[in-house]
Design a protein around this ligand. Sequence first.
Ligand code: CP3
Length: 341
Amino acid sequence: MTKLLMRALAGEVLRVPPIWMMRQAGRYLPEYRATRAQAGDFLKLCYNPELAAEVTLQPIRRFGFDAAILFADILLVPQALGADLWFENGEGPRLSTITGPEGLRALKGQDDIHDRLAPIYETVRILARELPADTALIGFAGAPWTVATYMIAGRGTPDQGPAHLLKNADRETFSALIDRVAEATIEYLSMQISAGAEVVKLFDSWAGSLKGADFDDFAVAPVKRIITALKARHPGVPIIAFPREAGAGYIGFAAKTGADCVAVDNSVSPEWAAAEVQKSGCVQGNLAPGHMVSGGQELVEAAQRVVRAFAGGPHIFNLGHGITPDADPDNVALMIETVRA
Ligand code: CP3
């Protein structure tokens, strides 16, 4: 029987939606923390295929989600392009910065990334073998704008200021960087698909800070380019796009980019997303991740509201953003029980 996630992505309206969770392998799980300690640190875990496959499988074993997402990070692509990457404990990622044409020239080409990324493809192959027969395997990458914001600033930024500055001051360098990331991302995702990923997702976490024509040029166009190239090479593989906090930009995003499903964050109501986004196809989302910390009757009611709002069309149940380290695994179990009841 076809996997539930694939049925929703094909446009089927299901009585019970498939369910998975962004960052489902993560620090809220004691078994994740133990495997991460065994690997040494987060990046060593990403590049260790056996242990990366193990942490990918942990939430599947514990909760029986309908999909597993490859354990890796969107910043492995900049690293494969030649950027230095490290994680400061408790603070997040740090990278070498790109501030002008020299930085761009120093980057590797899209065909030179695979040596570094080979362990990720091996993780996908292990997962394709070891996942339960009804669990779908999702591969992923960052969308070019979000990846570029980290490559330019060298870290996460609240308003993506340095990336906006380069975009406005040196459009040529900025656009060329977006193109280089898009080209590498096409090759990276194509390799994940060849290794066994059945679906791929593009995370554009900072899409919401692109306004007006910038949204069309840097949140829509590069994602469309990646999807068009992947569809030509792998016609049957569905693609989920997540232009987080796009607001009105969610409307028509699937048609503009060719995505099979649009993931929505919890800054929009499920009723609004059902009316405005789901009318053109599958929607993923959008329970507020805070419910995984607070739990209780409010979690139950909020999860029921999401299910009810999206019941008239194809829907994948998910959080509006990643689960946080302070979440209680019991609340995850309660969410799944509520959605499947
Ligand atoms: O969803 C999954 O379970 C799959 C694995 C995954 C990770 N990161 C693992 C991770 C995915 C899909 C990502 C995507 C990612 N990475 C995004 C886009 C989605 C989003 O959250 O907006 C971004 C912006 C990154 C970059 C990144 N990686 C940041 C900013 C951080 C630090 C913040 C944090 O939560 O600590 C990471 C680290 C990271 N990536 C962790 C995990 C499980 C935590 C690392 C740890 O174990 O210490």
